[in-house]
Write a protein that binds this ligand. Structure first.
Ligand SMILES: NC(=O)c1ccc[n+]([C@@H]2O[C@H](COP(=O)([O-])OP(=O)(O)OC[C@H]3O[C@@H](n4cnc5c(N)ncnc54)[C@H](OP(=O)(O)O)[C@@H]3O)[C@@H](O)[C@H]2O)c1
Length: 262
């Protein structure tokens, strides 16, 4: 089995890759920084601990279509056709809308939305031809509700819902699984750089729930892939938002508008 993980050099993607390597899969990780990729490969090989899993990598910017399609082609030529794609590459830069220049806004849309679409495009035709394969798109809890200071990130991650739901309609009859998950705050390098930039309003809305461990999030993602779950939520609050958002969100927005941020 060949599993390709974009953003596999760090955080959630790295932990998903680790679980598959330990299960004996051939795993390809893709990201931009070659040095970090090679360090992640060594880390994954060490944690394979005798399992038959293989690890390979390729550098690519998922936001550049020919870059990611070439990287995936290289990985498929070594490990065979992609059976599972986990699209985890993503970035976040919290800032008020009018305090964020257009380039910073666009970078989040390009990586999180177009980067995911480019990655899926690179594997989808092959999966469709073979009538098998699964794509797991890593969205975010921030796709389920607008958050102060996250206009670009929320836009990029909620757009993935429309993309995944529509593609699922096309993919299901031809045997390809399209899954989407909405991770909560998770202890990763991205979270560490994001947290100090979070506004008091965002902190209040997101509550005091402790961040999840990346390996726990990864384990739930791998289970969701096995079960071909359409959507996967994490924890009580995000699950409630996922299922009952239209009922809960007006109350949250009302409360948010009336409670001064500290
Ligand atoms: N951590 C959280 O609290 C949280 C919560 C909800 C959702 N998520 C989502 O989960 C996913 C993983 O996040 P994480 O927290 O694990 O982040 P992370 O530790 O910062 O890892 C991000 C990975 O994506 C790669 N990447 C970023 N931009 C890329 C690009 N343009 N092209 C190719 N690779 C790129 C990074 O490598 P390079 O920089 O070397 O390219 C790295 O491997 C993201 O989509 C994120 O939005 C995270």
């Amino acid at each position: 089995m060949h599993v390709i993980v974009t953003g596999g050099s760090s955080g959630i993607g790295l932990e998903v890759a680790r679980l598959y390597v330990r299960n004996g899969a051939s795993v390809s990780i893709i990201a931009r920084d070659e040095r970090r990729l090679l360090a992640a490969c060594r880390d994954l090989e060490a944690s394979a601990a005798g399992a038959a899993g293989r690890v390979g990598s390729a550098t690519a910017d998922v936001g550049v279509e020919h870059d990611i399609s070439a990287a995936i082609a290289v990985r498929e030529s070594e490990f065979g056709a992609c059976d599972i794609l986990v699209a985890s590459a993503g970035v976040v830069e919290p800032a008020p809308f009018d305090g964020q220049d257009a380039a910073m806004f666009a970078a989040q849309i390009e990586t999180n939305l177009f980067g995911t679409i480019n990655s899926v495009r690179a594997v989808y035709s092959g999966m469709k031809e073979r009538r098998s394969g699964t794509v797991m798109i890593i969205s975010s809890g921030a796709a389920l509700i607008g958050i102060h200071g996250y206009s670009a990130y929320c836009a990029s991650k909620s757009a993935l819902i429309g993309f995944a739901e529509a593609l699922r309609m096309e993919a299901m009859p031809v045997g390809v699984g399209i899954s989407l998950c909405f991770p909560p705050d998770t202890l990763t390098p991205q979270f560490e750089q994001e947290l100090p930039k979070r506004s008091p309003q965002a902190r209040r809305l997101m509550g005091a729930a402790p961040a999840w461990r990346a390996d726990a999030v990864a384990a739930k993602i791998v289970r969701a892939i096995e079960r071909r779950r359409a959507k996967t939520y994490f924890g009580f609050s995000l699950t409630a938002l996922g299922w009952f958002g239209p009922l809960i969100k007006p109350v949250l927005f009302w409360w948010s508008a009336r409670t001064p941020a500290r």
